[in-house]
Design a protein around this ligand. Structure first.
Ligand code: FPP
Length: 248
């Protein structure tokens, strides 16, 4: 007879010695999850949005300031047409089903990435979500869509080069802060903790600048199986890390 294993309750903020201000997540493993369950890839991505919903809720409950998730990279356009279409549909479905709750919870949504190159429906949905929640003051939910970390840095460099060429600033006035101020995440804390599920250990062009001093965790679990309990484990592991920022 199967023995029911009782899941531990989600942890509360007072149970952590320290919590990150900014968590970034690469939601990897949807394809392998689908394969393992003999399902189409699109089903893996759909199941991945279920995990995402729970993780956003828990991040908000814990009072973490910012959560950035990688939903679609500039390289993901190279995937098979049906998979790209399924992901585009998921973007529409995700906002249709979540926007009311997120707005009610005072979550502020920001899209990191080039929205102008998205199909019109998706672009309008993303802009509407940003506009609707722009005045909210709770969790900063950054969703990277059509995002590339190097593109983000090139964009900042070009802006500064234009200012220097027009004589508005001298090259020696360019600082780390002036670069940070030209990234999508301007005004937000650097990433403290980066989680990539599925055991892969790569950054894949995600938040290259913002992760300069991040702690990295690579749980083996596939994203659609990543539970609130797995997240709590990662946050506990983070609390035990000794962060020195280059010092002793
Ligand atoms: C990586 O898994 C995951 C993605 C490329 C997409 C992640 C998207 C979602 C979870 C849902 C969409 C999100 C929103 C906000 C609507 P993979 O397919 O590379 O997995 P594999 O390495 O096992 O093939």
């Amino acid at each position: 007879m199967a023995v029911a294993v009782k899941k531990p309750k989600p942890m509360t903020p007072d149970q952590f010695e320290r919590l990150p201000s900014h968590v970034a997540i690469i939601m990897d493993g949807n394809g392998r999850w689908a394969k393992k369950h003999k399902l189409e890839i699109a089903r893996g991505h759909r199941q991945g949005t279920e995990s995402l919903r729970e993780i956003i809720r828990h991040t908000d409950d814990l009072g973490i300031q910012a959560l950035t998730i990688y939903a679609f990279s500039t390289e993901n356009w190279r995937r098979p047409k049906e998979e790209v279409e399924a992901l585009m549909q998921l973007i529409l479905d995700f906002f249709a089903s979540e926007i009311d709750e997120l707005d009610a919870k005072n979550v502020r949504i920001l899209i990191l990435g080039d929205k102008s190159a998205m199909p019109p429906k998706q672009r309008d949905t993303l802009i509407a979500a940003e506009e609707r929640t722009g005045g909210n003051t709770g969790l900063r939910l950054n969703i990277a869509i059509n995002y590339g970390g190097r593109d983000e840095l090139v964009h900042a460099a070009r802006e500064l080069a234009l200012l220097a060429a027009s004589g508005s600033i001298r090259p020696e006035e360019i600082t780390k802060q002036s670069i940070a101020d030209r990234l999508y995440t301007r005004g937000q804390p650097d990433v403290d903790l980066l989680i990539r599920t599925s055991g892969e250990m790569r950054l894949s062009n995600f938040l290259l600048w913002q992760c300069a001093y991040a702690e990295f965790l690579f749980p083996k679990v596939l994203w659609p199986d990543f539970s609130v309990q797995d997240y709590d484990e990662a946050l506990k592991a983070y609390a035990q890390r000794d962060r020195r920022f280059g010092g002793r």
